[in-house]
Write a protein that binds this ligand. Structure first.
Ligand SMILES: *Cc1c(COP(=O)(O)O)cnc(C)c1O
Length: 341
């Protein structure tokens, strides 16, 4: 791969859109998927009565590709994203797709944009965004007549330039992001617009991250705005179970690593009153892997977890183990990496 003359400051890229060479698209018509096409067009033309625009018939995924220490280009656990997309699709009547179609499409769009995979050592990565939308004209509520499945990629910089930086969160009780038997456990567009007032409320009060409670009783921890809640106490890894939490693949991976390191795993409803007893708290997801949470404001009082300057020891160890596998510095003992080349 030739990255000469690219002039990209990889280590300082934001988590944002950066134009690459192409994206891949599939069309679903008359019950069948078309072959995937690589296109350079960054826009999508659709009928103004498309159900994705009016009724939120839309699902997306997020994952990453990395260059490893030995120069390979790898994708992290794409089959897990395929599985989650199938679950989301079933819930909001989007058409299913074979695992091979999804994984091969991811490999193809990464291979076609391989010079945008940030070099090993910069801490940056290639973010991969698959999405599936209902298109065609439909005004009455019902599934769309046609669908588009597309994937774009964009290089993103490291979340943390000088080590893991803790932030504070605020519990949101005024707004929910999901309903008790709604779509909180699905990666669908509507959840995120619904989460905007909570995120804004937290920011207005000086907290970068919102923490949502279960929408039924407002008693148990659900998750942060766009990342799962994890906590450490002694040698136990805690994470809430709830019907309205998005099942994070990062959280799943960290639980597997924690168990392998000899930790105990507790996945159960976690009452907000129990949270002050934890030693370390983290927000986990693909974008940052783990954001250490050093404080949580609940009803005007702050619960504190360790130093405001650096992450606690267990969260640091978990972070190093997961990113070590992603960058090929540690053995891929769980077979998580899929090679593009
Ligand atoms: C995507 C997402 C996560 C993180 O999931 P990962 O698979 O780890 O990236 C967590 N919470 C919400 C609401 C999300 O949308």
């Amino acid at each position: 791969m030739n990255r000469d003359n690219m002039n990209i400051d990889w280590a300082n890229l934001p988590f944002g859109y950066f134009k690459t060479d192409c994206n891949i698209r599939f069309y679903h018509r008359d019950g069948k998927w078309s072959a995937g096409e690589l296109v350079t067009d960054e826009t999508i033309t659709m009928h103004m009565a498309a159900p994705c625009l009016h009724y939120g018939q839309e699902a997306f995924e997020g994952m990453k590709a990395f260059q490893t220490r030995d120069g390979r280009i790898v994708i992290f656990r794409p089959s897990e994203n395929w599985k989650r997309l199938q679950k989301t699709s079933e819930r909001i009547f989007l058409p299913p797709m074979p695992e091979e179609m999804f994984v091969e499409a991811v490999k193809k769009v990464v291979a076609a944009n391989i010079k945008y995979v940030p070099p090993y050592g910069t801490g940056a990565s290639l973010y991969i965004r698959p999405f599936l939308i209902g298109v065609g004209a439909k005004v009455g509520l019902g599934p769309a007549p046609e669908y588009i499945f597309a994937i774009f990629v964009t290089p993103v910089g490291p979340y943390y330039k000088g080590g893991l930086t803790p932030v504070k969160a605020m519990v949101i009780t005024e707004f929910d992001r999901a309903a008790p038997d709604g779509v909180g456990d699905c990666k669908v567009g509507g959840n995120y617009a619904a989460g905007l007032p909570g995120a804004d409320h937290a920011k207005q009060h000086g907290y970068p991250v919102p923490l949502f409670l279960d929408p039924k009783e407002k008693k148990y921890v659900d998750e942060f705005g766009t990342s799962n809640f994890i906590a450490i106490k002694g040698d136990t890894y805690y994470t809430p179970s709830s019907k309205s939490i998005l099942p994070s693949i990062t959280n799943d991976s960290l639980r597997i690593i924690a168990a392998d390191l000899g930790m105990k795993i507790e996945r159960r409803p976690i009452s907000i009153d129990e949270v002050s007893s934890f030693d370390e708290v983290g927000a986990v997801g693909t974008a940052a892997v783990i954001t250490p949470i050093c404080g949580i404001n609940y009803q005007g009082k702050e619960m504190l977890f360790g130093s405001e300057e650096k992450a606690g020891p267990v969260i640091t160890k978990l972070y190093q183990n997961l990113t070590g596998i992603q960058y090929g510095e540690l053995e891929d003992k769980f077979n998580w990496l899929v090679e593009v080349r």
